[in-house]
Design a protein around this ligand. Structure first.
Ligand code: EPZ
Length: 426
């Protein structure tokens, strides 16, 4: 397994190109199943999760061609599901990547049947899919759960429905919107997720001929169509990667331009960062990040569904707060177990106390490098950020977690002066 060796204390100075968003690319690839005419996606990040989704689509009968972009920043993925030859998403793929459940809606809508393994929990929580199933059932799908699999049938096709989500769910909103695109009649999604990735998915579906309004708001209207056709769509920039590198620049007292980043996609985080003493200003090419003053100050944060502070930036923000003056309370409201980075940060000298779903961080002026263990995607990157700011050397082990969500992380950091290299674990 690979690991990262980091020598801390070097300010990040320079520019970092922001890749296409993983959490947009994954549902967009699943949307390729909705049409027999194909779908071409540009600016797809080169990540392990993307490769897993490509394997799954292949299993289902889609043909894929993947070409690296000239600027070496992303790839163009062409998906052609002329025919769905297999309706089963097997456990060994789904357990590795729970976003595989996003093929459920497209398969039922397109092929009238789907057999998708229940994703099971993951490091950050139980992560049920009951809202996905509720939405499909209300559109007329029959759902049976047997031997760890979801078996969904809609032999006569799906029909429009009015669906109110009791809890805001990104994945359930995406599955329902994709299924509704081919349902017979109008579907209304109430209390829908409002993430930019949802609006990006809707934009792609509209390009394929779907009739959707309201995506990005909490109520989405979809008028089903008998079929969809090919479109070219470019994946929007990854707001979580942008927020991650903004915090890396701030932690190292650096000055970095994030190319392609959109301030409007990370406004809640930008507001909090400004309160901490970090300046994010829009430039022609993206966002510039630097410190407003010498020392950062602790600020409280509570994670919320978009447009609130994103749970996917919680671990990174906690790492930032370990280097600030004063205390900061970080409360995680979306997932029940998303503090795995805490014991590892503590081993680097951070002062953090967990009280239920909140963590109290008391800033320290010097983190010390140490060997640490990555556990989940965002916890892993928070350890990299801490290593960049710490005195001495940090080894981050098991960085396969990192490779799931960050494209060439060490190269992007090295280009800004970080002393970081990937090596094989002894
Ligand atoms: C998406 O996961 C993202 N993944 C996650 O990013 C992100 O943290 C999450 O949204 C929240 O923003 C992708 O887009 C591939 P949810 P998703 O359904 O859709 C509960 C990362 O690091 N829930 O919005 O699985 C659930 O348990 C990943 O890139 C139900 O109860 O998240 C959670 O508490 C991690 N029943 C809450 O809702 C359901 O049927 C929000 O989950 C579905 C969800």
């Amino acid at each position: 397994m690979d690991r990262l060796r980091i020598s801390g204390g070097h300010p990040l100075v320079g520019e970092i190109p922001i890749s296409g968003a993983k959490n947009a690319a994954l549902p967009l690839m699943a949307a390729g199943l909705l049409s027999d005419d194909g779908l071409t996606l540009a600016n797809v990040p080169n990540l392990a999760d993307i490769a897993s989704m490509a394997d799954l689509l292949n299993e289902l009968g889609a043909e894929l061609t993947i070409k690296r972009d000239e600027n070496n920043q992303g790839q163009t993925v062409r998906i052609h599901a002329q025919e769905i030859t297999n309706i089963e998403a097997p456990y060994d793929i789904v357990r590795k990547m729970r976003a595989s459940v996003l093929v459920l809606g497209p398969l039922v809508a397109r092929a009238g049947e789907a057999k998708v393994s229940l994703p099971g929990g993951c490091a950050i929580g139980n992560r049920p899919v009951d809202l996905h199933l509720m939405a499909l059932e209300s559109m007329g799908a029959q759902i049976e759960l047997e031997a760890g699999y979801i078996h969904a049938f809609a032999p006569k096709g799906l029909h429009g429905s009015r669906i109110t989500f009791p809890t805001i769910s990104v994945g359930a909103t995406e599955n329902a919107m994709m299924a509704a695109a081919l349902a017979n009649g109008e579907t209304t999604l109430i209390n829908a997720a409002r993430e930019p990735e949802i609006a990006d998915l809707a934009k792609c579906l509209i390009g394929m001929g779907a009739e959707i309004t309201g995506a990005g708001s909490d109520t989405i209207y979809i008028q089903g169509k008998p079929g969809l056709s090919h479109t070219n769509h470019s994946v929007l920039p990854d707001r979580i990667e942008a927020g991650t590198f903004a915090m890396a620049a701030a932690m190292t007292s650096g000055n970095v331009e994030l190319l392609g980043a959109k301030l409007s996609h990370i406004e809640a985080a930008a507001t909090i960062l400004k309160e901490c003493g970090v300046n994010l200003t829009e430039t022609e090419r993206g966002l510039r990040v630097s410190r407003l003053r010498d020392r950062l100050v602790g600020v409280d944060v509570m994670t919320e569904p978009y447009p609130g502070f994103p749970t996917d930036l919680q671990a990174q923000f906690m790492a930032l707060m370990t280097t600030a003056d004063g205390a900061s309370m970080v409360t995680e409201t979306i997932f029940e177990n998303r503090f795995m980075h805490v014991p590892e940060l503590t081993r680097m000298g951070a002062n953090i106390n967990i009280h239920g779903s909140s963590a109290m961080i008391r800033g320290t002026s010097n983190l010390r490098g140490a060997p640490v263990m990555a556990t989940d995607l965002r916890a892993s990157v928070s350890l990299v950020l801490a290593g960049l700011a710490a005195e001495g050397e940090t080894i981050v082990n098991r960085i396969y977690h990192l490779d799931r969500g960050y494209d060439q992380v060490e190269n992007k950091l090295k280009a800004c002066g970080a002393e970081i290299r990937r090596e094989k674990e002894a």
